[in-house]
Design a protein around this ligand. Structure first.
Ligand code: ADP
Length: 291
């Protein structure tokens, strides 16, 4: 199966904001997580991959297909779930999916019925297929979004921040659906939620301030920070001083008290204890690098 190869992609908006700077990535089959804070450039990259917007420079290829110049070819092999996904509230899931299938060119009635039914089963919406979409929960809407994105049996599926706003049970169900799709498809998932990547992805990249700052296999990336993360419970008024002296990559409350995590190549002593490294450490060590 072909890889998606993104090379030196740059984009700035007319207001002067650089949303993508020299972005290069290789994305094989499976689940690929693009992780970054709000404003990093994720949606810009997702929309560019979905051929909805032009970069200023760079190239994107999926096998022989030039995504930036063969848009009709791309749309045949692409599924896209945008961040803002509008649904008609007074239409049933089955009716809308059927309608979208017509728009995607599945004109043979029997074939269409088969595809729509199988996607409703796959996304666990078959039992509610006759209900109006307006009454669907966030998780059901997102699963419907995946059903519509899969209508053309895509080779490349792009999902932009799909788990924001889902409760833990809905999120898990959605993870299971995506990972099943990832067995046969290139799936790119953009997210600001580290857990999405931790649970799902075999490859990942971190994007910050328009640039890819790290990419690889999450397990290897975690391994690289192993033995360099230390933690300490402190008092609130000490935080500024610790930030000056140490490379604080994470601060959170535990039982109401601030706990800081620092990155250090040597044992800092001073009451710090070593902790097991995880993907949050990898992420925050990249995001907070220059601050
Ligand atoms: P993310 O999806 O990671 O939150 P975006 O790609 O939406 O990031 O945005 C990247 C940067 O580009 C942000 O600073 C954002 O404000 C800016 N931006 C996004 N879309 C537009 C637009 N249409 N016009 C101008 N600036 C934009």
């Amino acid at each position: 199966m072909d890889k998606l190869i993104i090379s030196n992609l740059s984009k700035s908006y007319t207001n002067g904001i650089n949303a993508l700077t020299e972005v290069s990535l290789e994305v094989p089959k499976g689940m690929f997580g693009l992780l970054g804070p709000n404003g990093a450039g994720k949606s810009t990259l997702m929309r560019t991959l979905a051929t909805l917007q032009e970069p200023d420079k760079g190239s994107i290829f999926l096998g022989d297909i030039d995504l930036l110049h063969q848009k009709n070819e791309v749309r045949k092999i692409l599924g896209y779930l945008p961040q803002e996904f509008g649904l008609y509230p007074k239409v049933s899931a089955q009716t809308l999916l059927n309608h979208l299938a017509v728009l995607k060119g599945i004109t043979k009635r029997n074939e269409r019925k088969e595809i729509v039914t199988s996607l409703l089963h796959k996304t666990n919406l078959y039992d509610v297929r006759k209900q109006y979409l307006g009454g669907f929960s966030g998780g059901m809407k997102q699963r419907f979004g995946i059903a519509q994105a899969l209508l053309n049996n895509p080779k490349l599926l792009i999902v932009d921040e799909p788990t924001a706003g889902l409760d833990p049970a809905e999120r898990n169900r959605f993870y299971n659906l995506l990972s099943e799709i990832g067995e046969k498809t290139i799936v790119i998932l953009s997210t600001h939620i580290v857990g999405d990547v931790k649970e799902l992805c075999t490859r990942m990249a971190i994007i910050n301030q328009s640039r890819i700052v790290l990419s690889g296999n999450p397990i290897e990336l975690i391994h690289n920070t192993e033995g360099r993360i230390y933690q300490k419970t402190i008092f609130k008024n000490e935080l500024a001083a610790y930030k000056k002296e140490y490379r604080v990559i994470n601060e959170k409350l535990f039982l109401g008290k601030p706990v800081i995590h620092i990155l250090s190549d040597t044992n800092p002593a001073n009451g710090f204890v070593p902790v097991k490294s995880d993907l949050e450490h990898v992420y925050f060590s990249q995001i907070k690098k220059n601050r």
